[in-house]
Design a protein around this ligand. Structure first.
Ligand SMILES: Cc1ncc(COP(=O)(O)O)c(C=O)c1O
Length: 496
């Protein structure tokens, strides 16, 4: 079967014409609509409507859904117009009831914690491996999954992030064995790996590995518009009715035609042009990696990293992760200089690295500019004495052990909160997440006890001026804690 064998989907819907008047909800792009539209060009707005009877619209989306499942190798699928965030919410909400345990890496994307809040699940966190060499987080080892499952035989599911933002992959085949031997659910946040399935030199994909569900950002690497993702169901272990109800709670009732059409277009391209399209990207990134590795002071990470890590067994060859520690600057500074002075914008920066995501839209000339920019930056900085980085120093501070989970995150979310100075917060229950970057692993999540070690660590973090995410006071002078007098009830382990 190919795209041609499917009944009309989204792209083939007829545009409006003088013969057919549109009385639908979309006001932009019509006479009397917002005037800025004309400066943007009105084609996009004209497209943003299905121009058809509701029943036909439902049919077109059903056809798209079947097409997604087929191309992505899933039993069934959901097109998503609110990003992988909505897929993670749906995946967790459909798999766990209040109080049920979910084994999850401590550095899972915040949408996974949001799903945990929505469902009332109790997270069991596994600490990922940290690379002190690259100053970033690798992933988790199968043994850690086994251990967490053996210690929590009542856990219902395991949710893993694979690959990481930088394209580092865990041993998914081993994880699948461990989880399914114990008859539990394996859920994968595959936001950064929508292309894995379509090339033999790329890491194992969630659907091929036998995962029960996975969510992919088709807008990362492949060609869909931002926010266009898919949720894939790989096995019959998933309660289809529960998933349908969960998705009904979090999906819009009228998904954007722009987003659904872009999903269709991107997956048609995959179907028509893979693996060649990916071979072209892998080849040009490999060549760029080789050239960057000739430049003194920088290093582009490739497959060799698997021998320097206990958790990474494969890497996504389409990613360009450049270690700039040898230039005595942070990855943040390097990314800013590359952007400001050499016209190269990276996807993200870390303490020591810059990550470039190379997509179907990039050309060899783009990579030439990136290599040239890196070369010029390195030449300019070589020999210069960099300032000692507070970020690198920060990793020297031993991360404190996690605090005891007193409340499940949902109960902490709904509890009344008070704000207290950090030094006075020991013994209280956190009402918010606190995530220092680096390493990007939460020190606190809502519902956890704030220990004296955590207080000491946060005071140290404040002194370094390190970036903090998740909490309201990002200077980390105060913390939001659960107001014990106002607390109503708990389905978790309760006050102890
Ligand atoms: C691992 C991971 N999961 C989920 C998301 C959320 O994706 P989206 O922006 O499509 O909602 C991200 C975003 O970057 C991510 O890195």
């Amino acid at each position: 079967m190919s795209a041609q064998d499917h009944e009309p989907m989204i792209l083939s819907i007829e545009p409006p014409s003088p013969k057919r008047l549109s009385f639908d909800r979309v006001g932009a792009g019509r006479d009397g609509g917002p005037p800025e539209v004309s400066s943007l060009g009105d084609a996009v707005y004209k497209f943003d409507s299905y121009h058809m009877a509701h029943a036909s619209q439902v049919e077109a989306i059903d056809n798209l859904t079947a097409f997604i499942a087929e191309v992505c190798g899933a039993k069934s699928a959901y097109p998503l117009v609110n990003g992988t965030t909505s897929g993670n919410l749906g995946m967790v909400l459909a798999s766990l009831r209040p109080g049920q345990k979910l084994i999850v890496p401590r550095n899972a994307h915040k949408s996974v914690l949001s799903g945990i809040v929505l469902s009332g699940a109790a997270p069991v966190f596994v600490q990922p491996e940290i690379s002190t060499d690259l100053n970033l987080v690798f992933t988790i080892k199968p043994d850690q999954i086994r251990e967490a499952m053996d210690e929590n035989p009542d856990a219902s599911a395991v949710l893993l992030t694979n690959p990481t933002y930088q394209g580092f992959c865990l041993d998914l085949a081993a994880a699948e064995q461990i989880v399914h031997q114990r008859a539990k659910l394996l859920l994968i946040d595959e936001a950064h790996g929508p292309h894995f399935r379509y090339h033999p030199d790329l890491p194992l994909s969630a659907m091929k590995a036998g995962a029960d569900m996975a969510v992919q950002s088709i807008h990362k690497i492949l060609g869909a518009l931002a926010q266009s993702s898919v949720l894939l169901v790989g096995t019959d272990r998933i309660d289809a009715d529960m998933l349908r109800m969960a998705m009904g709670l979090i999906q819009p009732s009228a998904p954007s035609r722009l987003f659904t059409a872009s999903l269709e277009a991107a997956l048609r391209q995959v179907e028509a042009d893979c693996p060649d399209m990916l071979t072209r990207i892998i080849d040009m990134v490999e060549e760029a990696r080789g050239r960057i590795n000739q430049i003194p002071g920088v290093r582009a990470i490739g497959k060799e990293i698997t021998s320097q890590s206990q958790s990474v067994v494969d890497v996504d060859l389409t990613k360009l992760v450049i270690d700039v520690a040898g230039l005595n600057i942070t990855g943040y500074k390097a990314a800013r200089l590359l952007h400001d002075d050499y016209g190269v914008s990276a996807e993200m920066a870390g303490a020591s690295t810059v990550t470039l995501v190379v997509t179907v839209g990039n050309t060899r000339e783009d990579l030439d500019r990136c290599v040239a920019g890196t070369e010029q930056l390195a030449r300019r900085l070589r020999g210069a004495r960099g300032q000692p980085s507070p970020l690198l120093h920060m990793l020297g501070l031993a991360t404190p052990p996690m605090g005891r989970q007193v409340l499940v995150p949902r109960d902490a979310f709904f509890a009344k909160k008070a704000r207290v100075p950090v030094p006075e917060s020991a013994g209280k229950i956190s009402g918010e997440s606190v995530v220092p970057y680096p390493p990007g692993i939460p020190v606190l999540v809502p519902g956890e006890e704030i220990t004296p070690e955590i207080v000491e660590y946060l005071i140290g973090v404040r002194r370094t001026g390190i970036e903090i995410h998740g909490c309201e006071d990002r200077s980390i002078g105060t913390l939001k804690v659960v107001d014990e007098r106002e607390f109503l009830h708990s389905v978790g382990s309760g006050w102890g």
